[in-house]
Design a protein around this ligand. Structure first.
Ligand code: GLN
Length: 228
C-alpha cells in the first residue's frame, strides 16, 4: 500500500506474551511489539491500524500484500526471507524447553526421543524440535493451548520462544512447571514487509534511531524488567 495515502494495516499475533496480547480490562492489544511499532510509526509519521491474526497467517498475508507490515515476534528465517523482507533485527531470542515441575527424565532436547512435545503451529520451534523426537509433535494454533496440554499431562514438554516460556513459567510458578536445558536455536526477531516494500529501510533506520536514543531501552525495560 501507499504509506502517504492510506492507513497502514499492521498484522500482529493474537497472543504472544509479553510482545502482544489483549489486555482483558481495556480490550486493547498491548506489549513490547505494540509499543515498539507505535514508536516507529510516530517517528515516521505513519498512520496505522493493528490487525491481530493467527501467527501462521502473517507471512502469507504479507506475501499477498493483504497487510503492509507484520510485527509478531517473528523469527528471521531463511525460508521466510525468501518470500518477505525483514527490517533490522529488533530482539535477540532463542527457544527454551518447559516441563512439569515433577518431571525428572527430561533435562534437554536430547531426552525428547519418545516424548510428546507441544508447541505452536507454523513456528520456528516446530522445525527445531522435529529431529529430536520420534512422536508426532502436538501443534496448536494458540500457545496457551500448548502450555495447557503440558499442564494437563497431554504432552511431556513444551518448546517455544525463550521470552514467552520464561514469562509463562514465572506466572505459573515453581510448583507447576520448570525450564530445563540451555537456550536453543539463537535467533532474531524482525518486522516483516511484502517484498520490495519501500517502508522496510525507513523502519530499519527508525529502529536504529530508537536504539541510539534510549527509547528502545525504555520500552524493553517496561516489558522485560531489565535493560537490553
Ligand atoms: N518466533 C517464532 C516464529 O517466528 C514464534 C512467533 C509467534 O508465535 N508469534 O516462528
Amino acid at each position: 500500500g501507499n504509506a502517504a495515502a492510506k492507513k497502514l494495516v499492521v498484522a500482529c499475533d493474537t497472543a504472544f506474551m509479553p510482545f502482544e496480547y489483549k489486555d482483558t480490562k481495556t480490550g486493547k492489544y498491548v506489549g513490547f511489539d505494540i509499543d515498539l511499532w507505535d514508536a516507529v510509526a510516530k517517528d515516521l509519521g505513519l498512520e496505522y491500524e493493528l490487525q491481530p491474526m493467527a501467527f501462521n497467517g502473517i507471512v502469507p498475508a504479507l506475501q499477498t500484500g493483504n497487510v503492509d507490515v507484520g510485527i509478531a515476534g517473528m523469527t528471521i528465517k531463511s525460508q521466510r526471507m525468501e518470500v518477505i523482507d525483514f527490517a533490522y533485527p529488533y530482539y535477540q531470542s532463542g527457544l527454551r524447553l518447559l516441563v512439569r515441575s515433577d518431571n525428572t527424565d527430561i533435562k534437554s532436547v536430547e531426552d525428547l526421543k519418545d516424548k510428546v512435545v507441544a508447541t505452536k503451529i507454523g513456528t520456528s520451534s516446530v522445525d527445531f524440535v522435529k529431529p529430536y523426537t520420534t512422536k508426532p509433535i502436538r501443534k496448536f494454533q494458540d500457545q496457551d493451548a500448548a502450555f495447557m496440554e503440558l499442564r494437563s499431562g497431554g504432552a511431556d514438554a513444551v518448546i517455544f520462544d525463550k521470552p514467552v516460556v520464561e514469562y509463562y513459567a514465572k506466572d505459573a510458578g515453581k510448583d507447576a512447571v520448570k525450564v530445563v536445558g540451555p537456550v536453543y536455536a539463537g535467533q532474531y526477531y524482525g518486522i516483516g514487509f511484502p517484498q520490495g516494500s519501500p517502508l522496510r529501510k525507513k523502519v530499519s533506520i527508525s529502529i536504529l534511531k530508537l536504539m541510539e536514543s534510549g527509547e528502545y531501552a525504555k520500552i524493553y525495560k517496561k516489558w522485560f524488567g531489565v535493560d537490553p
